[in-house]
Design a protein around this ligand. Structure first.
Ligand SMILES: Cc1cc2nc3c(=O)[nH]c(=O)nc-3n(C[C@H](O)[C@H](O)[C@H](O)COP(=O)(O)OP(=O)(O)OC[C@H]3O[C@@H](n4cnc5c(N)ncnc54)[C@H](O)[C@@H]3O)c2cc1C
Length: 388
């Protein structure tokens, strides 16, 4: 084995001696451990806030955990560099002192002057160390069809040989991250988000947002995602509204957050447009004998479309009219007025964050079947942020 190790990020000319290798390894370990510790601390804090009734949506949770990881790794790296720097200075000074005083022709040794920063050659270390390169887990498909379900929702059907390795997890709430980059940057997928984070300002990073896999057809190598069309250029919602057959779509591997078992005796389902794909999947999966009600928030009567559902589950489309998405209270008001049956109720609700908070408050004292219930925020209304 070669005595020198190449290190990613330093260019071809940087090859490290075994000692350099050890230093880099320590820095890499510190970076990794810091990231892990930051992540764990933030997660614990998140559980605490959930316990006290505060909610972050998935996007905010991801951003918070990523920030904690970055902060943790940066702090650990600074600490490790300090310790290494001190150690190397001491050994450098000791070595310098020893070699100077051992020369018979030289005058008596002077106290060593440290002129060299022992760790400078390892800068910038953050994020550039030779940590094991993780495979970029993204699947690149091609949009083959674009279907308008109503004025706000577009279905993109995408395909690739063998679905480019995408495997359905068959979960009822199967979802993916859809990754969209600004075409002006000329980035080529798959996107190495970790590396790009060190290179690009935050506002230029590819967007990575959660979307329900509406259906997968492995025989035809096709899958479908329903997107709410909204927002300004730069948002995934805007990208979806302009997507054309032939365009690529980049998705993460399949994810799932709940292990719902559809075992309730009565169902109350609620969604705005973002939650509608997930609720439509539940409606399709319910046994034909199921009973309940599905409250579906849309803009107006023209926005209703066909959703397959058991006969015993009543669909109630709730137009919010001129009230903007995320500001309407049609879902909580309808929920509040429901006459509930005596048995165990399964509540599945996905909508904007404050709506979900209201739904939580209303259903808190219901006799819920926990295994058949999943109430979670799908997006957060943020005014003046890339909004149309
Ligand atoms: C598990 C899961 C599954 C999801 N499935 C779907 C799905 O199948 N289809 C779908 O469309 N969404 C779905 N969402 C919601 C989607 O991830 C968010 O709406 C996401 O914020 C959209 O990203 P963006 O880049 O378009 O906008 P962002 O950058 O997040 O937001 C930009 C602006 O648009 C506003 N905004 C964000 N989402 C909406 C919206 N839906 N309606 C109106 N304004 C909005 C924000 O308030 C902000 O002002 C899902 C979310 C989760 C957690």
């Amino acid at each position: 084995m070669s005595k020198h190790h190449k290190h990613r990020g330093y260019g071809a000319q940087f090859s490290a001696s075994p000692k350099d290798g050890l230093v880099l390894e320590v820095l890499a370990l510190a970076e990794k451990a810091g990231a892990k510790a930051g992540y764990a601390a933030a997660k614990e804090e998140l559980y605490r806030t959930i316990g006290s009734g505060q909610f972050l949506n998935e996007q905010e949770t991801d951003e918070l955990l990523a920030a904690a990881q970055r902060a943790g790794s940066a702090a650990a790296l600074v600490a490790a560099r300090k310790v290494l720097d001190k150690t190397l200075r001491t050994s450098f000074a000791h070595h310098h002192h020893a070699s100077v005083s051992s020369s018979p022709t030289m005058p008596p040794a002077l106290p060593p002057t440290v002129t060299e920063e022992p760790l400078t050659k390892y800068s910038p270390a953050l994020g550039l160390l030779d940590t094991p390169r993780t495979k970029i887990e993204q699947h690149i498909l091609t949009i083959t069809r674009v279907e308008r379900l109503n004025d706000q929702i577009v279905r993109l059907i995408a395909s690739a040989p063998n679905l480019d390795g995408y495997r359905s997890n068959a979960a009822l709430d199967e979802y993916v991250k859809v990754v969209v980059a600004d075409p002006a940057l000329g980035l080529v997928p798959p996107y190495d988000l970790r590396a790009l984070r060190h290179r690009l300002p935050r506002e230029q990073m590819p967007r990575s947002k959660s979307y329900t896999i509406r259906w997968v057809d492995p025989a035809l190598n096709e899958l479908a995602i329903d997107f709410v069309v909204h927002g300004a250029p730069g948002t995934v919602g805007h990208w979806a509204g302009n997507a054309q057959p032939g365009d690529p779509i980049v998705i993460s591997p399949a994810r799932s957050k709940s292990s719902l078992s559809l075992t309730a005796s009565y169902y109350v389902l609620a969604a705005d447009e973002a939650g509608l794909p997930a609720i439509a999947k539940v409606l399709e999966a319910l046994p034909s004998s199921a009973s309940g009600v599905a409250l579906l928030e849309v803009t107006d009567e023209n926005a209703m479309f066909d959703v397959k559902h058991p006969e015993g589950v009543v669909l109630r489309w709730l137009p919010r009219g001129l009230v903007p998405a995320g500001k309407s209270n049609v879902l909580p008001v309808a929920l509040q007025s429901l006459p509930l049956p005596a048995g165990q109720v399964g509540v599945i609700a996905h909508a904007e964050r404050s709506t979900i908070k209201a739904i939580h408050q209303i259903t808190e004292y219901w006799h819920l079947n926990k295994h058949a219930s999943h109430i979670s925020s799908y997006w957060t209304l943020r005014e003046n942020r890339l909004h149309s």
